[in-house]
Write a protein of this length. Sequence first.
Length: 324
Amino acid sequence: MSAHRVVALVLPPQSTFELACAAEVFGMRRPGLPARYEFGVCAEHPGAVPTLAGYDMVVSQGLPALETAGTVVIPGWHRREQPAPRAVIDAVRHAHRRGARIVAICSGAFLLAQAGLLDHRRATTHWRMAAELAARFPAVQVEPDTLYVDLGDVATSAGTAAGIDLCLHLARADHGAAHAEQIARHMVMPPHREGGQLQYAAPALTGHPPDSLATVLDWAVERLHEPLAVSDLAAQAKISPRTLARRFDDQLGIAPGRWLLQQRIMAARTLLEETDLPVETIATRVGLSSAANLRRRFHAMVRTTPAAYRRSFGRRAGGTRPGA
């Protein structure tokens, strides 16, 4: 299997952290993990590229590197108030037309908007820039409280660390949940963060951070095999179901029952990838009671059947999405 080529297009002055988000997920070689990606960096003008960290990075490849990329990453654009160079816009548009996946981290969404790739489509960026993006590009459907938006051919993320969330999501879509979880484990990161980015902005704005749900979430994840209900989560948190629902909405942007179902489906995906257990057994282990219930819930959330998912991502299939 040939590796999927990912190329990051750096733009001066480049944020080193946003570039590192992509490099950590797509460019690092880790013990025990197959090399699924080939990672490279390019610039409009090869040579020294200034960074926000006060030093220059040397980039040897120019825009032609995008012509062979399966994924193009724009790791931020810190001169977003200026028109992007015509050669850069043309190269990104050409890559998109020939079928490359275009990914913007944080302020990189402004470049995609200028290229017209977000017209009449959903997108996100750092919460401090969301209003600016919406005002400057009214055709873009800006979602200010979203960690990332993946439209298949185009994806955008919120600020800085949300770039890791998006890159792990793309690795999960390409090669399955188990592969993404292994990368996240090496990075000492959660493989999937719940909720939106305003949960991080709100405390600075209000001065009153909400009571954390972390303890009850950990408690529930350890007991997915049990017939847990929302009332059980509320009892564990020692609050009423109504208060629990309000805290879930404030902190995670999701209802407790929906969150619990997502955890069960994520656990089922991992078991489908890493074991040969029958679907009926997996349904029991993740608390969905029967194979029929698992199939129904799985299809509604993942848009495929457990059997088809296992054929694509199970260990005998190599864990690879066709064409990835």
